[in-house]
Design a binder for this molecule. Sequence first.
Ligand code: SF4
Length: 367
Amino acid sequence: MDIEYPSYYEEFRCIAGKCKDSCCRGWCIDVDRESKKRLDRIKGPLGEKIKEKLKEEEGNYYFPLEENGDCPFLLKSGLCEMILSEGEDALCNVCASYPRVKQIYGNYAQYDLNASCEEAFRFILKWDGRIVRAVEEGMGEKLSREQERELIHVLAFRTALWEELSYLPTDFNAFFLHLFPFFLEGESQIFPQSDHPLRKNRPIHELLTKWQELEEYPFLSKERYSAFLKWQDKSTEINKDFGQWKELFKKYKMNPEIRFNSLSKEKRLEWENQIVALCRYYLFRYTLLSIKETSLLPVFSLLYQSIEWIYTAFVFINTVSDEEKKQFSCFFGEEPDVLRIAVFFSKELEHDEGNIRNLLYFLPLFN
Ligand code: SF4
């Protein structure tokens, strides 16, 4: 099987007790059947505790969170009681693999790290974009000739765009003005007959011609901002901070670009240095989704709306009072930065299928 992974993938190590935003908080832990068998064999006080904490619902096992939102095995030191007592092999699959993600399609697999882990996201922000290619044992499901064709073309599309990313302008609107036609051209070549809802009654060559006539496009217009507030309201709230973000966005109901210009030079540079890293992360993670959706346009939509949310949050949080900043637990009392915002956004959105689907339906020119 052919595999690809970002060059940082093998360097990642969990920072455990040093992690402020531990993944052992806020999510209940699903326990797969194999792990359950392993956990059943643990004896002594830890074995008793496992029996007491493990719950079952319709044949599925899980560890519910404690009242304070922590995993029952998270110690005050920030370390995991199971690892300390039994070693890493005792962990259930979801804990052992997090934040690693593997996607397989046919005889192609890609590995990467989830942005909801703060240490993983440090690697993502520093990534020079190098992708490692290798071969590993195993065979995936057999693909039809058409599926093989799509896979080859989708990966070629990503590789071609990859080369261009560092040459795009870093201004928010200009970045997406230049990025969108790559998706339109890719769409016209890979999915010319797609019947995805975004494509309904819109011939792709017409979209492309219209787009090429534009010198600028107001991605952050007033209308767009209203649509942005609406998709947020449709999203399931996982952490209470998300409600606070929504309130902040409603309170400062205005074009974030205007506020961006009032940021300090350092803050503007912080954003401009990281827009490409954000784009690389979403592009690498979600390009394969286009095969399931039979269109590249939902991938653009997801990528755009995710970065738009992070940008808006970054601009607003850096222009509000210290009192308002303190309401957000996701910064752990630190100065707000792109890293904490993007990690929060990932935890809130990327682990919920419904929230991800909410992000798939924005098409510039038509929304
Ligand atoms: S969020 Fe990442 S660094 Fe933090 S405890 Fe979990 S795996 Fe480790």
